[in-house]
Design a protein around this ligand. Structure first.
Ligand SMILES: [Zn+2]
Ligand SMILES: [Zn+2]
Length: 321
């Protein structure tokens, strides 16, 4: 660990004390040690309210129907809501939520939307996506960018024809036909479609020297001029999802670059977690780690309001007042 890395980690640990935890007994000693009086100007309150645009959550109805079968585990809707409450998430996009019935969506229909996806490469995936769109899904994703295969063009045509956003996961090392460097041609082919980008190649490619055939999580200073950065500047219909470990790494590896990147693209960046844990606190929750990383950047209040809340509220027409 270099001296600079050590300083960064130490500083992040200090900020971590301000991230709420589900376990009040964990948070209390840290707050006492910090010695901040209630009402102090630089901390003590909840983190910024946010919309989480990258949620994977099954419905309790599906869990009940599939009880005991493989793939029907995971957290309950109540655990999901507790997770989101712990980090002040007040709405979200349920990726692959398709046409499933969620109790929390019935309670607050203005705060959540479902996206349609068919991840398993079996059956008529395009038909499954279209069925969900017809039943009220308001976007498509997430889907791996699998490159030039019929399914890719089917879902892109649907995004255009149903006028809904489409969220792609870029990981060329796992899907070699999905060449990241060529994706700009897809954006240009569908100028009316709203694209949202995420995952390892998306974030690796903030750096000019990233190699998507290797698919790793680079550390250290960013070399400016990466494709993702260029494309966000060039294409008004391309947007950015902060989710996952890849997003966390990108925010933390070079805080000076990250602050500049987020500030320059402030109208196109949206908070997302991709976290499926049931804790909602430090030190393992991806969402909590992302809040720590973003707090460390000390973004302006205007930028925070956009990336946490208003960019997503506008794109998905959420009622968050
Ligand atoms: Zn993904
Ligand atoms: Zn979590």
């Amino acid at each position: 660990m270099s001296r600079r890395d050590f300083l960064t980690v130490a500083s992040l640990a200090a900020v971590a004390a301000t991230v709420p935890s589900l376990h009040a007994q964990d948070a209390a000693p840290a707050l006492k040690k910090g010695g901040r009086a209630p009402g102090a100007t630089n901390g003590g309150g909840p983190t910024h309210p946010l919309i989480d645009i990258h949620v994977h959550q099954g419905s309790d109805a599906m869990r009940a129907a599939g009880a005991g079968k493989k793939g029907f585990g995971g957290r309950t809707e109540a655990q999901f809501l507790a997770h989101q409450k712990a980090v002040n998430a007040i709405g979200g996009v349920i990726l692959g939520g398709n046409d499933y019935e969620y109790e929390f969506m019935k309670q607050e229909p203005g705060r959540y939307v479902r996206f349609a996806s068919a991840m398993a490469p079996a059956g008529d995936r395009a038909a499954a996506v279209e069925k969900s769109l017809k039943n009220g899904a308001r976007g498509i994703g997430e889907h791996r960018w699998e490159g030039d295969i019929p399914f890719s063009w089917s879902i892109l045509d649907m995004a255009r024809d149903y006028k809904v956003p489409i969220l792609f996961h870029f990981e060329q090392s796992a899907f070699p036909k999905g060449v990241y460097g060529d994706f700009y041609k897809v954006i240009e082919k569908y100028p009316t479609v709203t694209f949202i980008g995420h995952a390892i190649d998306w974030w690796g490619s903030i750096d000019k020297n990233y190699d998507p055939t290797k698919g790793n999580y680079p550390r250290g200073r960013v070399t400016p001029g990466g494709l993702t950065d260029l494309w966000l500047g060039r294409y008004p219909n391309l947007h950015c999802d902060l989710s996952a470990q890849s997003g966390n790494t990108a925010l933390m590896r070079d805080p000076d670059f990250a602050k500049d990147f987020v500030t320059r693209h402030q109208d196109k960046i949206m908070f997302g977690s991709d976290c499926t844990c049931s804790q909602g606190g430090m030190p393992t929750c991806w969402l909590a780690i992302k809040l720590v990383a973003l707090n460390f950047l000390q973004l302006s209040p205007e930028v925070q309001q956009k990336i946490y809340l208003t960019n997503a509220a506008k794109m998905f027409n959420l009622k968050i007042a």
